[in-house]
Design a protein around this ligand. Sequence first.
Ligand SMILES: Cc1cc2nc3c(=O)[nH]c(=O)nc-3n(C[C@H](O)[C@H](O)[C@H](O)COP(=O)(O)OP(=O)(O)OC[C@H]3O[C@@H](n4cnc5c(N)ncnc54)[C@H](O)[C@@H]3O)c2cc1C
Length: 232
Amino acid sequence: MAEITLRRRQTIAEGTVAFYFDKPAGFTHEAGQNAMFTLINPAEDDASGPTRPFTIASAPHEPELMIATRMRASAFKRTLAAAPLGTRLEIEGPAGVMVLHEDAARPAVFLAGGIGITPFLAMARDAAKRRLPNRLVLFYSNRRPQDAAFLAELERLEGPNFRLIATMTDVPDWPGEKRRISRELLAVHLPDLREPVYYFAGPPSMTMAVQGMLKDLGVSEDDMRSEEFYGY
Ligand SMILES: Cc1cc2nc3c(=O)[nH]c(=O)nc-3n(C[C@H](O)[C@H](O)[C@H](O)COP(=O)(O)OP(=O)(O)OC[C@H]3O[C@@H](n4cnc5c(N)ncnc54)[C@H](O)[C@@H]3O)c2cc1C
């Protein structure tokens, strides 16, 4: 357990805020991992208590730790939204399996629903910084562009090793993909559906649907890594 200090916050999409903290001395993590964040003596509490898991959306080389979340009415989020800069929280971790596999010959396919983008942002930033040879393909599904946190940055990160397919399911005149993440959508953009290692994160309805889809495609459990962001 270590203490971290809230340094700044920034609205990054509609109803969506990034929180930046000092990184405690000696803290290291791998891109895509998460940690438990605990409010210290919060002014209000509810049945879910003062602790939440969040993905560390910043990459390991960055000097700060950043998390990004949809603001909701829970006591935890109300408290975090109102916390003065300088507020201290406890952090426990890192933990989690959302880290890039080693075999660079196999592409990684990231399937993100809404705020489920956080582990993939960290991995994309990390891969760019370290010039990793791994091929990464990110399918990023949102209702509308204004809901899609970090969309402009992800577009800028596109290159020979990183492809972004941003799909907007509620925007009839969106120039790109409008389909939800599905077998058909993957098949249009991936030459071989069995080759990649798949990573997916988002609200439970999305992760359950994606898991079923991948199973139907014959993808083995070993080639799926996921995180369910319950609470949405
Ligand atoms: C590994 C991991 C990484 C995450 N990363 C992010 C992130 O980067 N950004 C983000 O916004 N959110 C992330 N989440 C979800 C986050 O922890 C919150 O649950 C979510 O943001 C909703 O918070 P809330 O305070 O509004 O609701 P909460 O009070 O957290 O939860 C609302 C509902 O979820 C139920 N619930 C609480 N805990 C559990 C549990 N353990 N299992 C099943 N149901 C439960 C509650 O009973 C309640 O009904 C992550 C979750 C996990 C597990």
